[in-house]
Write a protein that binds this ligand. Structure first.
Ligand code: 5GP
Ligand code: ZN
Length: 115
């Protein structure tokens, strides 16, 4: 699995930075967001480093399938009837960690369109 030495989420995948892990496979690690934006806020992170979801689709497309399958399993375990799944891509869209990650948010109501 490709890793970047200075990448926060690569360090979390490698176990160097401790997090509250809720799901792990060869392709995916999922853990609770440190500043949750909903009662349930979980980050699903590919073990393969890519800057964002589009780059991941180019270099490790099966990771995206694994991420969405993980999201469904996590939602079931967490008892979420529904959930919002979000990829922020680029600083202007609110991306702050440049290792692709899927936000899973649930446990409250959501408006549409999102802000
Ligand atoms: P982004 O803004 O890039 O879409 O999402 C990055 C997310 O990572 C944010 O929701 C932020 O709270 C979360 N985050 C940043 N650093 C850490 C950390 O050290 N541990 C955990 N669990 N979450 C983090
Ligand atoms: Zn990384």
């Amino acid at each position: 699995m490709a890793q970047e030495v200075e990448c926060l989420f690569c360090k979390i995948v490698a176990g160097i930075i401790p997090v509250d892990i809720v799901y792990r496979s060869d392709e995916v690690v999922a853990f609770r967001d440190i500043t949750p934006k909903a009662p349930t806020h979980i980050l699903v992170v590919p073990t393969h480093h890519a800057e964002n979801a589009t780059e991941l689709a180019k270099i490790a497309p099966n990771s995206l399938i694994a991420m969405f399958l993980a999201a469904g399993e996590i939602a079931s375990v967490e008892g979420l009837a529904g959930y919002r799944s979000v990829f922020n891509t680029g600083t202007s869209a609110g991306q702050t960690v440049f290792h692709a990650h899927l936000h899973i948010l649930g446990g409250r109501s959501f408006s549409w369109p999102p802000g």
